[in-house]
Design a protein around this ligand. Sequence first.
Ligand code: AHM
Ligand code: MG
Length: 339
Amino acid sequence: MSKIITLSEFIIDRQADFPYASGDLSRLLSDIGIAAKIVNQQVNKAGLGDILGAFGTTNIQGEVQQKLDVYADEVFINSFRNGGEVCGIASEENDAYVAFDRDLCKKGKYVVLFDPLDGSSNIDVNVSIGTIFSIFRRTSSVGDLANINDFLQKGCEQVAAGYVIYGSSTMLVYTTGYGVNGFTLEPSIGEFCLSHPSMMIPEDGKVYSINEGNMAITTPGIQAYVAYCKEVDKKDGRPYSARYIGSLVADFHRNLIKGGIYIYPPTTGAPKGKLRLLYECSPLAFIVEQAGGLATTGTSSIMDIQPKELHQREPLLIGSKNMVLKAMEFIAELESAKV
Ligand code: AHM
Ligand code: MG
């Protein structure tokens, strides 16, 4: 049997990648691993609400039941507040960012932006859901309260990003800009163990993931690319397969491992699509690019977008490099007049 490497051991080993680092980022990543285990425990009990007490009511232990996404949000916020490495957070669940006012936190070097439970509409039907996180070095001075500019940073400024998928098994996948590594939670020892070292996304894929219900209301470039995915061409394995779970982390994770493209397109009702730049697009863009893939809005690299507001939305095409490039060709050809 080969030696098991736990997330904590791996993080400590990798600290050497940052010769002048004080260990704060390592501690922060460990805190995320612990918070993920706590959330995982509750996610695995989803559906027992009716037995243990419905959401919003008191359960048999006298605890008030919460919606799981609110619960996950609180677990992560408390973990960041107690850790001391983070001076503030922004979460998809909250309208405004939170600047921690504890003295210890004001000395924190980092801010974290996260989606505590993405795809939460899938909880009721037992489909995989996920947590996505993005870490930046603050731009304000250490010792001050965090301010909005700490959060409005381009994806290419991220120091780390990752996700947790609560699926048939629970995994944590992250990057600090030195490749992508995946860890699977081994329930018998309660540890995330290195299971997917140095992950690389295949350059080509045979899976496209898009909500085809939006096809009539999206742009000509996306329509043409999806039509291309369905054409018959034995040489390159088309028609490709459609796989859309409707849970971004789950669709992304499958495509990262097997190759494929995920698209959340602009539509007539939502010209910037649905997904949030800071909590969803940027962190997954950092991961996919570290794994050799690409992430774009169709015309600009996700990593280069200067955010103007916390909850900004952007269209997202993300996955295997050659598939994303092909989709961009259609967009350039059919939509360039409009740009
Ligand atoms: P959420 O942040 O409100 O959970 O929404 C994000 C989710 C993604 O996980 C998923 O890929 C997408 O919304 C599905 O949207 P749609 O139902 O419009 O296809
Ligand atoms: Mg979300």
